[in-house]
Design a binder for this molecule. Structure first.
Ligand code: 3HC
Ligand code: NAI
Length: 704
């Protein structure tokens, strides 16, 4: 009969650890849904189970119920007071057991989950498993012996690779590295029973990992340091990972103590808080008011427009296993669209994301092209990605209304235009929403799901289900010019342009923001995206521009020369075969603009550049919240993390805002407002938080 070992499990909780004694062996099943995170209750129950069984049976097998072995430590506990027993204590206790223990892995065994397995005396995979040390992506290091035991089993080089990259690997690679001993077919419990019996019978070898000698590999340590310095100079955790692995050459007790010390440093670092915030941001954004609505089935997607975005969106849908019909204005444009999709898929094959046979299959059976919109009668969901022109979009939606089957979802990929107005061109506005992809659409993870006034809840739910299917992060946005991301971008880009007018160079601005951690500075991004896009938007908005708004003519002057950035060979930068170089012609344009406006240029330090830029971003973020365009601050963070190259180790603009504090932000804005009271205004929300001592984190928790 199963008995339980849940002495400290919370009242009312299920049996987090269950023991089954069968003959002379025991099975210990872990059951902490959804992913078997090693929270305090699981840790306590696991130690209790080992202590209850040690010496009473010939062998013990640990396995996970549900979808995984153990997904790792409970990330929600980080930054809170530690609760005994710690995970290292659990792992050490398992390893010290005088009765041999085999860990049977399935689903995932990540971070602390893999560390528990490394503490066992043998490791066997049931079916398939993903293992790895994702800790570094959360700003920490494997803190339950992983940095000491992985080098003992796999060698210093492979351990450094896994620990500093967070790379996740499958069973075969784990076996070839020595991290697992065997791969068996079968359900976890069946494999657990067979392996416990094999241990008891002496046919499954076992040993204590910490008793294995580490083979020194100074070259691997130096190489890892070089890689980290080159690729991630701003990150704190990767270096601590290397230091911890280096300590594995010492006796195990000393190495474990050093690992603990470095782990604690990481836990205390602001980067850890930001990276954990980013982890949860990705998941929090799915919590929307429409989450209860039933998404409509989407198997066949229609894409209108095979340009930059349409071909990327089609590629993303094809990669996710959907059928796609692509529509263009004429056969030549269709051919260009198809060629781009083929190129994108070839890239996926090259990167190992898709095999060549599957690619051929997709191109043969899943992709159709047509110049006739009438061929969209059977599609489940349409994404329109034609020119950014309201008249063209309205005409398309009116036609779609007549063609699409009842219940088809009609989406626009517009960057800025009013989805309500587009929806009004149909007789079924409930079926219309914005699905704002980011370029390149088959790579960038963000998808703004723009909910218009009449969008039906199940249509919004369908947008989120599609995001999940495509492996994207769906973020709910309301209708306004630019939704969440581009609205905020339009605002802070002006701050960058004003700084250039007042004395900074575009290249200084880019360098300062790159040093802050952005993948690229704003001027380099504009060159990449095409300066013509912003130019068209400025022309569209010119009639409604407030005369009090300061206006920099620099970007328009660059465009008037036909210089649209990378695609024309020059913009803010000169783009040749070598790395982009500052464009001296742009320096002359800036000088002329300053002279015209009677501006005496002044110097801007990198700090000043970052301060103004980030303050502008946060201020518009606050207004986006006030207007209800974003549900929560964390939604804005996710938009910037997954769509705008915001440094993940800073968690997003609104988390960053909390590190400054609302009072300080209000004071900064008031200070800047002395120069330009139209642009710099303290948002009511920041004012309120400053007065009440509140934070954006409070708003995320629904407290205020
Ligand atoms: N701790 C706490 N909660 C976790 C968690 C963890 N380690 N892993 C997942 N969750 C939560 C998610 O937040 C989500 O909660 P929600 O439903 O309330 O949003 C729920 O579990 C399901 O997660 P996903 O939506 O991500 O489910 P998937 O099936 O897509 O993915 C997964 C499952 C592969 C396990 C993925 O969640 C994952 O990669 N988790 C993180 C694994 C990790 O980083 N482990 C290392 C932790 S650090 C550590 O172990 C330190 C140690 O060295 C001391
Ligand atoms: P693009 O100019 O590269 O492609 C537009 C395509 O639409 C062209 O191939 C054109 O032939 C086709 N087209 C025009 N009218 C058509 C019609 N009536 N029927 C069928 N096809 C038609 O433009 P891009 O960059 O792909 O932008 C498309 C939309 O996506 C725009 O609304 C834009 O604002 C939006 N967007 C653009 C992003 C970008 O970075 N380029 C990012 C996110 C959204």
């Amino acid at each position: 009969m199963p008995d339980t070992a849940t002495p400290t499990a919370p009242q009312g909780a299920g049996q987090i650890v269950t023991i089954e004694r069968i003959g002379n062996v025991a099975l210990v099943a872990l059951d902490n849904p959804p992913v078997n995170a090693a929270g305090q209750a699981l840790r306590a129950a696991l130690i209790a189970a080992i202590e209850a069984l040690e010496g009473t049976v010939a062998a013990i097998a640990l396995y996970g119920k549900g979808r995984s072995f153990i997904a790792g430590a409970d990330i929600r506990e980080f930054g809170k007071p530690p609760q005994a027993p710690s995970l290292p204590e659990v792992v050490n206790r398992i390893e010290a057991s005088t009765t041999p223990v085999v860990a049977v892995l399935h689903g995932v065994a990540l971070g602390g989950g893999l560390e528990v397995a490394l503490g066992a005396h043998a490791r066997v995979v049931a079916g398939s498993v993903t293992v790895g040390f994702p800790e570094v992506t959360l700003g920490i290091l494997p803190g339950a012996g992983g940095t000491q035991r992985a080098p003992r089993l796999a060698g210093v080089g492979p351990a450094l690779d896994l620990i500093t990259t967070g790379r996740r690997i499958g069973a075969a690679e784990a076996q070839s590295l020595g991290l697992v001993d065997r791969i068996e077919a079968g359900a976890p419990r069946d494999v657990a029973l067979a392996m416990a019996e094999a241990l008891a019978a002496g046919s499954l070898p076992h040993r204590r990992t910490s008793e294995i000698e580490v083979v020194p590999d100074p070259a691997a340590l130096t190489a890892a340091e070089d890689t980290v310095t080159r690729r991630q100079p701003q990150l704190f955790a990767p270096r601590r990972c290397i230091e911890a692995v280096a300590a594995s050459l010492r006796p195990i007790a000393e190495g474990l103590a050093e690992e603990r010390r470095l782990f604690q440093q990481c836990i205390d670092s602001p980067q850890r808080a930001a990276l954990v915030h980013a982890f949860f941001a990705e998941r929090e954004v799915a919590k929307i008011p429409e989450a209860g609505a039933t998404a409509r089935e989407v198997a066949h997607v229609g894409v209108i427009g095979g340009g930059t975005m349409g071909s990327g969106i089609a590629t993303a849908a094809l990669l996710a296993g959907l059928r796609v019909t692509l529509n263009e204005r004429d056969a030549a444009a269709l051919d260009r669209g198809r060629a781009t999709i083929e190129k994108n898929l070839a890239g996926a094959v090259k990167r190992g994301k898709l095999d060549a046979a599957r690619r051929d299959d997709i191109l043969r059976t899943a992709l159709q092209t047509s110049v006739r919109l009438e061929d969209f009668a059977e599609v489940d969901l349409v994404v329109e990605a034609v020119f950014e022109d309201m008249a063209v979009k309205k005409e398309i939606f009116t036609r779609l209304d007549a063609i699409a089957k009842p219940g088809a979802v009609l989406a626009s990929n517009t960057s800025y235009l009013d989805i309500d107005e587009i929806a009004a061109a149909t007789s079924r506005p409930g079926d219309v929403l914005g699905l704002h992809f980011f370029s390149p659409a088959h790579v960038m993870r963000l998808l703004e799901v723009v909910v218009a006034a009449k969008t039906a809840p199940e249509v919004t739910a369908t947008g989120f289900a599609l995001a999940r299917k495509l492996g994207k992060v769906g973020v709910r946005a309301g209708v306004c010019d630019g939704f969440i991301g581009n609205r905020i971008l339009s605002h802070y880009r002006k701050a960058a342009e004003y700084m250039v007018l007042d004395g900074a160079t575009p290249w200084e601005v880019d360098a300062a923001l790159q040093d802050f951690g952005f993948a690229m500075g704003p001027f380099a991004v504009m060159d990449l995206a095409g300066l013509d896009i912003g130019w068209a938007t400025r022309k569209r908005l010119a009639p409604t521009r407030d005369p009090r708004e300061r206006y920099s003519p620099v970007a328009d002057r660059i465009c008037e020369n036909g210089w649209f950035g990378r695609k024309t060979g020059q913009g803010y930068y000169l783009h040749g075969d070598a790395a982009p170089k500052p464009n001296p012609e742009v320096a002359r344009i800036i000088e002329a603009a300053r002279a015209e406006a009677g501006i005496t240029p002044r110097n801007f330090t990198a700090d000043e550049i970052v301060t103004r830029y980030m303050t502008a971003m946060i201020a518009e973020g606050a207004r986006v919240l006030e207007d209800g365009i974003a549900l929560r601050p964390v939604d804005i963070d996710a938009v910037f993390l997954f769509g705008y190259g915001f440094p993940r180790f800073r968690g997003g603009p609104m988390l960053y805002a909390d590190t400054i504090g609302a009072g300080q932000l209000a004071a900064r804005i008031e200070d800047f407002a002395r120069e330009d009271p139209f642009y710099w205004r303290v948002p009511a929300l920041i004012r309120r938080l400053a007065e009440t001592g509140g934070s954006f984190a409070d708003l995320n928790r629904g407290e205020e």
